[in-house]
Structure formats: structure tokens, C-alpha cells
Design a protein around this ligand. Sequence first.
Ligand SMILES: [Zn+2]
Length: 380
Amino acid sequence: MAEPALLVGLRRLEDSMLAALEDLVMTETPSDDLGRMHSGIRLLGGLVNRLLGETPETVVVEGRPHLRLRGSGDRPVLVLCHLDTVWPAGTTGRWPFAVVDGRAIGPGVFDMKAGLVQALYAISALSRPDDVTLLVTTDEEIGSPTGQALVEHEARRSRAVLVPEPSAAGALKTARKGISMYRLHVQGRAAHAGLEPERGVNALVELAQQVSRLASLGHASVGTTVTPTTATAGTTSNTVPASAEVAIDVRATTRAEQERVHAKLADLAPSIDGAVLRLEGGINRPPFESSASSGLMVLAARCAAELGLAPLGGASVGGGSDGNFTAALGVPTLDGLGAVGDNAHAEGEYTLTAAMPERAALLCTLIDHLKEPDHEAEDR
Ligand SMILES: [Zn+2]
């Protein structure tokens, strides 16, 4: 079968996609660096302007810029991206963008700057690009403290949400676990460890007991994990520690499980006389359940076949994204439509360059089909 004109056209643009990707990667955008983020958003705004012929808005929330280009149509399709990366400023100094053996490498290439570039080219290839809202947030990697409300607001007025986050070895992401983040503090009482340890209340000993309790709250058979991650205690090696704390990462596939663990953590009681517990944090992202993606996944598989691409798989994953928020609102959401590559958040993340035009064509075709009125009822 001859390749469809859309795919042929996008393949011709592969070099220009890579040039855009290089610019985005070399303009570093760590989540917590607002100065660099403003520069990144300016660069991206220029790219949007050049490719789509429109000037996007910069929406500033608590000093943090996000980029939005609103569709003019009624109930547009929302294409949801993030510009921030987990890489600290200066990473490109030792690890600059490069293309080696069909792989583009560099910090943030896979998660998710290649997906962002693919989205821009997909939208530019649409017959009616004004039916799409593009939202690019800048705090996804740190739990979206300022982006969440914006994401939810745009999702509510959209017919579907497509998220070009990295794929899972090529598979789209049809479900994601919900995430809760906590810190458990223990307050004890300091005392000299040699002279009068009996006057102290050992916060570390208390914490150790709590850690074994909370670690048992997981429920592996339904995908609930409760993982103590980082911990600190005490001040010097000869003092009974007056304080200790542990960070806890909780993942669950259903809201009910997320709430069960939350209630149990809130109920933890000290076992040593005089120790006081304090729990901070809570549910961050709700689960993205597969019911939100099933209609869109069927449509995406059909689009891949139309384009002559390899059959598409769907994967359920443990990591969250801003798609969790939109799926939880009941808006049809499909995730993992971005880069094909590997090693998200890890040294050596990469994206396959030949897949960039293919996934851009897939996203473009998917949006086009979603704009046909008959798909709306089916996918709701
Ligand atoms: Zn991401």
C-alpha cells in the first residue's frame, strides 16, 4: 500500500522537526526554574507562531508561565503537553542534544519535548487547526500545583483530551495509577544518649515502627503500592533524636483504594509514650481508569491502520500525568501519544527519529476523526 500523503508530507519534515526539537532541548526548562521557564515559553511561542500562524497566550499563574492556544470551535479537542523536565540546569553542558543512529538524545527528549514537537506538526497538518486547543503547562513534573486548574478548565470545555506524553515502548497509555504523596513527621524528645537516654523520646525508633506499619498498607493484587522513600532522623550521633520523618509514595488504580490508604495513614497512632505523629500531604493525582480511554483507543487503532502503521498496543502504567486530572473529570482521554523511545527521567533518554513523523500523522488523523460529529457520542 502506498503511504498516505499526510505521512509522506510529515516524513519530509523530519529534519525540521529535529531542528525544533534541538532548540527546545537546548533551552533547558527545569520545573523549578521560573527564569528559564519564561525563556522556554518564549521560544515555544515563536515556534507555535511559525508553524501554526497564531500567537498563543502566556497564562501566568503565581509567576509561572503556561502556554495556551485556544481553538475557536465549539468543544475543541484538547492537546495537552508539558514543557518542564526533571533535568537540572546545565545538563546540556555535558549531555547536549544529538542525533545518533536514528535516535535523538538529550535531557527531556523523550519526556516530552519530542511529543510536543510532534503535536505542533500534527496540528499544523490538520485541515481545521482552529478546532484544537493546545495547552502546554510547566509544572507537570512536580505535581502540577499551578497547572492543574488550567488543565481541568480547558478539559471541561473539550470533547476529548489527547496527551503526547511518551509512549510505553510504542504502546499508548490507556490507564495510569493515581498518586498520593505524604510526609510523616515524628516528634520525640532529645536527650543525651549516654548520660540520660531515658529522658528522651526516640523519634527514630517510633518512625521505624510506623514505616513497617505503613509499608504493609499496600495491596499488590489490586495494584496498590505504599512505598516509604526518603527518611531523615536526629541531629548528632550521641543524641536521642527529637524528630524524624519519612516520605511516602502511594499508587493505586482506583479512587477507592487511594482513599482507603489515605484513611489508614491518617489513622496511624504513635506506639511510644510521648511521641507525636503529624501527616502532611494527600492525594495528588486521581487514577486514570481505562474507561476514560477505551473509545479513543479503538479509534486510534483504526487511525494507525489507515496510515499503514504497525498495530497499536495499549498499556496501563504506574506513572501519572496531567491526563489523570482530565480522565477523572470524565472527559475521554488518551495518553502516551508522544515519543517512541525509552528511559524517561533517566540518563540516556532517547526518541526514535523515524517515529516522529509517524506519531505526528497518527495524532493528526485522530484529531481529524474526532472532529467528525458521529464520533462524539461514541467516545463520550
Ligand atoms: Zn511527562
